[in-house]
Design a protein around this ligand. Structure first.
Ligand code: ADP
Length: 752
């Protein structure tokens, strides 16, 4: 194969580049079988392994360009053709059962395995190996072991049984169940070993021991077998596949020659034959079952390999279930606590109080030594936690970047500068964020646990240098090497992260429900308010008519019959007239108030000076009568507003300023407060003032602080209407006042 400079193949691979090695294109096969690459439908031989003469007595070169019938009997050929029509053959090789197993000239029987890739057909001829057990016996053993595996009560028990069965089936010296960590390193979690070979149980292997290309192929096929590690690869001729001019993709081929890095590595471990099975959990690579032989070649029969493959399938299907068993009690407890917490939160509507005040707290939800709730900048802690300022800076960090809403680490000091200071309370953090906009979090903490990890060889030196000093070679030492690991907490389990995610959803639902309830309450209030408002309008409007009638008839009666009536009856009639008059005034105010809520604003550029000029003109007689001095601060602004509304507000405040004043010199100042976000005006007087206890009362409708006849007071609706008008204009009204010294009424408006 013409290797491009950046292409890593078996020819230029070493440990510095083996994670890029194109191991699916080795250009060679294992020597114990024969590979033919054929075009379809004519079944013409395009490529052949250079060992055909050993098995078929005809050289590979002679076979090229020929059709299969050169060395296959007619019946066998028909069976192959039938199978090719029947099967899809686009995945791992499928055995084509020939009536009489294909036999070569030496009398060796072969299994024929077929699969298609890149538009060619690959046939692999593998010599039959006689297994001591018959297929029926193998099957019955397999069934028994599957049943036993199902009964296993823990993951450990399950894996221990698995490695034992596989050793029984295959006769390998060592079977290891190997589990990958997220960082790519692996640990031997179960082992079955014959005799006194070295044991690796509990030991870890660095990620470089199984580079990425191998892991990719592991995910594609269930089983790979190398009967003899000390083999000499057999090349294909021609080197490239003539169908596409490129190297032949052997990803699925059972005879694929493996990387020299891998065989070198296995040899250094003292391995002479190997078989590896893939373990998947929920479709993802979970680990491997590695079978090593240490006493020469070991060729496992096709039937036994099928049985092992089947077992690896069963194990893969059961892993998730058995892993869950490990935490079943904890899971049950967690779910119960979670239900209780959620129930209590939805009962009280107070999330954060419930999380800390219940007998079941956050600490029962996820096993941890401390927890914190951070909401609206407030921090509440439980158990052992970092201090408040440390939590606040942790929150800032968690909220920065694009971290997941449920984020976890078992090694915070390695990610966050300064976190080493509190690793004895929070070396591990599980954080749950409520909203993307707010920095509200629930945090769980775990302290640092100093651990010792056993490595099969020093993981810092996963390579050796070749004798010529040119190539990085697989390491030769697998001697136990202990590493002390700092800055790590107990890891967060996937089930715990899942539980945090569920808890987040439950809380979000409660928040949404609460918001909906509030919204409903608000719209009901709004509805009642509208109804009340229209009632006020209708009542005040419709009552005026009959009231006018009562007033007029009482007046007519008095005019016509005053002389005929007794003096006390005349007094009663006068009361009716006075009271109906007063009632009419009240209704007028109510109507005015109601109109203030409905009023459509007409906004223009308004010169406040001009508005005030008109208001003062209208009030002129009262101003003169009271000899009040009105001063307007210069300059008053020009704003976008409704001139009528502005005028009504000013008129009300100015007339009050004149009325509620007992000073010989009534002084009124009108002005605009500078530098406000909204135009803000004031009307100041030197009048009787208002006790701060009544600051809000004066804005309540029909509430007067004085009797009607005092200070020529009105009916107590003026300020209520004035405030309503300011609010309609997007503003507010408030006051400052000192009894006997005077009051200042302020109001703001929003420019429309
Ligand atoms: P009214 O129409 O009766 O004047 P308002 O709603 O305008 O009613 O005022 C409510 C009460 O607030 C008045 O009865 C009065 O006691 C008090 N008040 C209003 N303005 C002033 C003021 N500038 N100085 C002192 N008291 C005031």
């Amino acid at each position: 194969m013409a290797a491009r400079p950046e292409t890593v193949t078996s020819k230029n691979v070493d440990l510095s580049n083996c994670d890029r090695e194109q191991i699916q294109f080795p250009g060679a096969i294992l020597p114990h079988g024969v590979m033919l690459v054929l075009s379809e439908p004519e079944l013409r031989i395009l490529q052949a392994s250079q060992n055909t003469d050993v098995f078929f007595g005809v050289s590979a070169r002679m076979l090229l360009g020929q059709t299969l019938d050169v060395f296959l009997a007619r019946e066998a050929l028909t069976e192959i053709e039938d199978a090719l029509r029947r099967e899809r053959l686009d995945g791992p090789p499928v055995m084509i059962s020939l009536t009489d197993v294909f036999t070569d000239m030496n009398g060796t029987n072969f299994h024929v395995l077929a699969h298609r890739i890149d538009k060619v057909l690959i046939l692999e001829f593998e010599p039959e190996v006689i297994h001591p057990l018959t297929v029926a016996q193998l099957y019955s053993n397999l069934r028994a072991s599957t049943l036993e595996l199902q009964k296993a009560r823990s993951l450990q028990q399950f894996l221990d049984k698995t490695v034992d069965y596989i050793r029984e089936f295959t006769g390998f010296d060592r079977i290891m169940a190997y589990k990958f960590s997220p960082d790519g390193s692996g640990e031997v979690v179960a082992e079955s070993v014959a005799g006194n070979h070295t044991r690796y149980l509990g030991q870890h292997f660095p990620p470089s021991d199984i580079p990425a290309p191998s892991r990719r192929l592991f995910s594609m096929t269930w089983l790979r077998h190398q009967p003899d590690i000390n083999y000499t690869p057999v090349s294909m001729i021609p080197e490239n596949n003539p169908a596409n001019g490129g190297p032949l993709d052997m990803s699925y081929a059972i005879l694929r020659s493996v990387s020299v890095m891998y065989t070198g590595y296995l040899k250094n471990m003292g391995t002479t034959a190997s078989m590896v099975m893939t373990l998947l959990k929920e479709g993802k690579l979970w680990g491997l079952i590695a079978c090593h032989h240490h006493s020469g070649p070991r060729h496992v029969s096709y039937e036994a390999r099928l049985a092992c493959e089947f077992l690896a399938n069963v194990v893969s299907l059961l892993i998730a279930e058995k892993e869950d068993l490990e935490h079943s009690e904890y899971n049950l407890q967690r779910t119960t606590n979670q239900d209780r917490l959620i129930q209590s939160m939805s009962r009280t509507g107070e999330f954060f109080d419930s999380l800390t005040s219940q007998p079941e707290t956050l600490l029962d939800l996820i096993r941890s030594t401390g927890a914190a709730i951070v909401a609206d900048g407030k921090v509440v802690t439980l158990g052992k936690t970092p201090n408040e300022s440390q939590i606040q800076s942790l929150i800032q960090w968690l909220a920065s970047g694009s971290k997941e809403v449920v984020f976890s680490t078992d090694s915070l000091p390695k990610l966050l500068l300064g976190a080493d200071a509190y690793k004895d309370s929070a070396c591990g953090v599980l954080a749950l964020r409520f909203s993307v906009t707010k920095k509200d979090f629930i945090l769980w903490f775990r302290p640092e646990i100093i651990q010792t990890i056993k490595w099969a060889g020093d993981p810092r030196k996963p390579v050796d240098i070749s004798d010529d000093g040119q190539r990085l070679m697989p390491r030769t030492s697998f001697a136990l090497w202990e590493e002390t690991v700092h800055q790590k907490s107990e890891p967060w389990l996937e089930v715990e992260l899942q539980s945090a995610r569920e808890f987040r959803i439950a809380i979000m639902e409660l928040i949404v429900r609460k918001a909906e309830n509030l919204g409903e309450l608000y719209s009901r209030l709004e509805q009642s308010y509208l109804e009340l408002d229209s009632f006020t309008y209708v009542a005040s409007h419709d009552l005026k008519e009959p009231l006018r009638g009562i007033h007029n008839y009482a007046r007519f009666l008095l005019e016509d019959c005053e002389e005929l009536l007794r003096e006390e009856d005349v007094a009663k009639l006068r009361s009716v007239i006075r009271l109906s008059q007063r009632m009419e005034n009240l209704l007028d105010s109510l109507l005015k108030y109601s109109r203030a809520s409905r009023k459509e604003l007409e906004t223009h550029q308004v010169n406040t000076n001009a508005v005030l000029r008109e208001v003062l003109e209208a009030l002129n007689s009262r101003i003169e009568e009271s000899r009040a001095r009105v001063k307007i601060e210069d300059p008053m602004p020009v704003i976008r507003a409704d001139a009528m509304t502005l005028g009504e507000i000013f008129a009300n405040l100015i007339s009050n300023a004149i009325k509620y004043n007992d000073k010989p010199e009534r002084a009124i100042e009108i002005g605009c407060v500078p530098d406000q976000s909204q135009p803000t005006f004031y009307v100041r007087d030197n009048g009787i003032g208002i006790d701060p206890a009544h600051f809000e009362d004066v804005f309540t409708i029909f509430r007067r602080l004085h009797a009607v006849h005092e200070f020529g007071g009105g009916n107590g609706a003026g300020l209520t209407i004035a405030r309503k008008l300011a609010e309609r204009h997007g503003g507010k009204m408030w006051l400052e006042s000192t009894v006997n010294e005077g009051s200042t009424f302020y109001f703001s408006v929003q420019e429309k």
